[in-house]
Ligand binder design. Structure first.
Ligand code: XLS
Ligand code: CA
Ligand code: CA
Length: 453
């Protein structure tokens, strides 16, 4: 991958290309497990993991929170003479970061890449200007766009929602934004387009026609899908579930809810889910649960890789470090057939007091190592086959005979009930042979995790 800081100001001086040095390295700016060209089950690590950097958190966050103002000073903003120049410098800093880190992909919201203008036409002009710069930089470096999205939650006009806004005029504004963002995605060869409905929900049901709002959301998505397909977008559309925050209740609550919605409106062919670990946790699920659910429903798409804090009830968007979790995640992803258009996007931010320029690198290195180690452990679990054999065996009574007839729908309730009388109730001794063996299985996974090298 070509490096990108020659010919313009270097924004991360003193930090060079991040390389793999192995688990024994004590260099904080080296990979311990992520070895991009290492083969794992027929594919390289880089092909499996498809890491992406999130433009908004990495280059747009200023460290402010509801109690305090900005702590992160971005040199790409402070050295700019005009507002647009800050965006031009930001893209240089971003591509310098991508190439030094060695990631193949990035993701952005329209408003991360270019500022909102005074009118939709001006906003489109700003975006087109920055898309041209992004295209040049993608070409120079080989870094690609995993997915783009539109920010339909920040501007005050979206305080009552975007596609689900009770004011039709706001829905039209949102459409103008999405149309331009889909055009940008096509122009940049983006492999996906995400809808995260941050304000598509409600604060109180007292003022909300829930049925109408959901139908409006579906109508909007159908229009976006049809526009994209008519204009040559071959990538995947994704819905990113999240149960709440900033709304009290978000319509795209979790994977199962989104699956039902997609089927209800005939969107299941063009849409899959972009699953975020921290959102799974807010929905009261494990990340692993959301991934397995998406795989089972055939709508697994992409991942926003991060973590929450189990003691906080909000979206902390921290970098992932728990290898037990990344192992289970990679197991689900490999079993779902791996990524096609999707990848692992670090929708994660460094902390407010992480003010050393190296922090952004170290955060991503940790996240990449956590997923690389998870991939290695998951691949061994699959190759050993012990876990899969256990689960298969657990359902063996459905593999033949009456169990099979039941599974295939070739039995009535009367027949099934008659079998109960014929065979009698299973006795305690036979139940003893069907232990769930949870403790053994948890230990087994731990062995794979600890055996990673
Ligand atoms: C916010 C979401 C958001 C989406 C893209 O919670 O994670 O960042 O990924 O709009
Ligand atoms: Ca996300
Ligand atoms: Ca989040």
């Amino acid at each position: 991958m070509a490096e990108y800081f020659v010919g313009h100001k270097e924004y991360f001086p003193g930090i060079g290309k991040i390389r793999y040095e192995g688990p024994k390295s004590d260099n904080p700016l080296a990979f311990k497990y992520y070895d991009p060209d290492r083969m794992v089950g027929g594919k390289t690590m880089r092909e499996h993991l498809r890491f992406a950097v999130a433009y908004w958190h990495s280059f747009g966050e200023d460290g402010s929170d509801p109690f305090g103002s900005a702590t992160h000073v971005h040199p790409w903003e402070s050295d700019a003479e005009t507002p647009m120049e800050a965006y031009e410098h930001k893209i240089d800093a971003a591509f310098e970061f991508f190439t030094k880190l060695g990631v193949d992909f990035y993701c952005f919201h329209d408003r991360d890449l270019a500022p909102e203008g005074a009118s939709p036409a001006q906003s489109e002009k700003n975006l087109a200007h920055m898309v041209a710069l992004a295209k040049e930089r993608q070409k120079a470096t080989g870094v690609r766009l995993l997915w783009a999205t539109s920010n339909l939650f920040k501007h005050p006009r979206y305080m009552n929602g975007a596609a689900t806004n009770p004011e039709f005029a706001v829905v039209a504004q949102a459409a103008a934004q999405v149309k331009a963002a889909i055009d940008a995605t096509i122009e940049l060869g983006g492999q996906g387009y995400v809808f995260w409905g941050g304000r598509e929900g409600y604060m109180t049901l007292l003022n909300t026609d829930l049925k109408r709002e959901k139908a409006h959301l579906a109508r909007f998505l159908i229009m976006a899908r049809d526009y994209g397909r008519a204009h040559g977008f071959k990538g995947m559309f994704y819905i990113e579930p999240k149960p709440m925050e900033p709304t009290k209740h978000q319509y795209d609550f979790d994977v199962e809810t989104v699956a039902g919605f997609l089927r209800a409106y005939g969107l299941e062919k063009d849409f899959r889910v972009n699953i975020e670990a921290n959102h799974a946790e807010l929905a009261g699920h494990d990340f692993h649960h959301e991934l397995e659910t998406a795989a089972a429903l055939g709508i697994f798409g992409s991942v926003d890789a991060n973590r929450g804090d189990p003691r906080n009830g909000w979206d902390t968007d921290q970098f992932p470090i728990n290898v037990y979790d990344t192992t289970l995640a990679m197991l689900a992803i490999l079993r779902a057939g791996g990524f096609t258009t999707g990848g692992l996007n670090f929708d994660a931010k460094i902390r407010r007091n992480s003010v050393d320029p190296a922090d952004l690198f170290e955060a991503h290195i940790g996240g990449m190592d956590a997923f690389a180690a998870g991939l290695l452990a998951a691949q061994r679990i699959i190759e050993d086959g012990k876990l899969a054999a256990f689960v298969r065996q657990r359902y063996a009574s459905f593999d033949a005979g009456d169990g099979k007839r039941f599974e295939e729908g070739r039995m009535s309730l009367e027949e099934l009930a008659a079998l109960a009388s014929a065979s009698g109730a299973p006795d305690v001794a036979s139940l003893g042979r069907t232990s769930g063996k949870q403790e053994y299985l948890e230990n087994l996974i731990m062995q794979y995790v600890l055996g990673v090298e």
